[in-house]
Design a protein around this ligand. Structure first.
Ligand SMILES: Nc1ncnc2c1ncn2[C@@H]1O[C@H](COP(=O)(O)OP(=O)(O)OP(=O)(O)O)[C@@H](O)[C@H]1O
Ligand SMILES: [Mg+2]
Length: 240
């Protein structure tokens, strides 16, 4: 099967910092790829590059033709308007979708319903809890019906309950419970979450990709130690 996304030896320079260095990665439809690594290892840079937000100065990146992707940022931004208006506006402004305002509104309502937010559609985006805010951002991304969803630490600022809700939505959508399977690539500092959700784990250090393994192999200490001592040391250090 051909890859949805393909990076070959991609390097990204941000000012004086080499944020990514010679990264090669192939992602196939239906995969759930977790990006792990310490602060500053390049997870956000990789997501931004994959979403076309950072220019790369070396290497090659290819996407399968017609690939629709959406990205969720760590701190979602909402305008001072109702939740529904926020989602509708994002859909209406997306030229690729070509929706009228009323069609965008209907699709927005459906998306908010799917993430369990029907009750707050008329509330101001500024009055939401961080868990609700993250779910609005998820609805806004999913309403565009992407094939690929990129998420930058989607549960980092959430309490355990909200974290579980967002995780379970990620799982539901990735499994295609609503009729469309989604490919996920997300950055996470939560190895428990990675174990629960990922099919594959990519470990970054200093902008370099040092391990890329199926989830079972990544969490098999002996196998990881052999494949990548650096990733093994990271996982050992993260465990309580
Ligand atoms: N806009 C920028 N300008 C210059 N350097 C940057 C910029 N954004 C990130 N960097 C640097 O690029 C490197 C990779 O950062 P990045 O944000 O991708 O890491 P990360 O793995 O997402 O970290 P975290 O876990 O803290 O979110 C770091 O050294 C960071 O300081
Ligand atoms: Mg980051």
């Amino acid at each position: 099967m051909s890859a949805l996304l393909q990076l070959d030896q991609v390097s990204v320079q941000l000012g004086p910092v080499l944020a990514l260095s010679g990264v090669t990665l192939r992602v196939h439809a239906g995969e759930r790829v977790a990006l792990v690594g310490a602060n500053g290892s390049g997870k956000s840079s990789l997501l931004r590059t994959l979403h076309g937000l950072l220019p790369w100065h070396e290497g090659r990146m290819q996407c399968s033709p017609g690939l629709r992707q959406a990205m969720l940022f760590q701190r979602p931004h909402l305008l001072r308007a109702s939740v529904l208006t926020n989602v509708t506006l994002a859909l209406w402004l997306d030229r690729d979708l070509g929706l009228s305002w009323s069609d965008a509104r209907i699709r927005g309502l459906q998306a908010l319903q799917r993430v369990g937010l029907s009750a707050v559609t008329q509330q101001s985006g500024r009055q939401l809890s961080s868990g609700q805010l993250q779910r609005v951002a998820l609805a806004r991304a999913l309403a565009r019906q992407p094939d690929l969803l990129l998420l930058d630490e989607p549960t980092a600022s959430l309490d355990p309950h909200a974290k579980r809700e967002v995780e379970s939505l990620m799982q539901t959508f990735a499994q295609g419970a609503d009729g469309r399977a989604l490919t996920l690539i997300w950055a996470s500092h939560n190895l428990g979450q990675v174990k629960r959700l990922a099919t594959r784990v990519v470990y970054l250090e200093g902008g370099r990709l040092l391990a890329d393994l199926p989830v079972a192999d990544f969490f098999n200490a002996a196998m990881l130690a052999e494949h990548s001592p650096a990733a093994h040391a990271f996982v050992q250090g993260e465990q309580p």
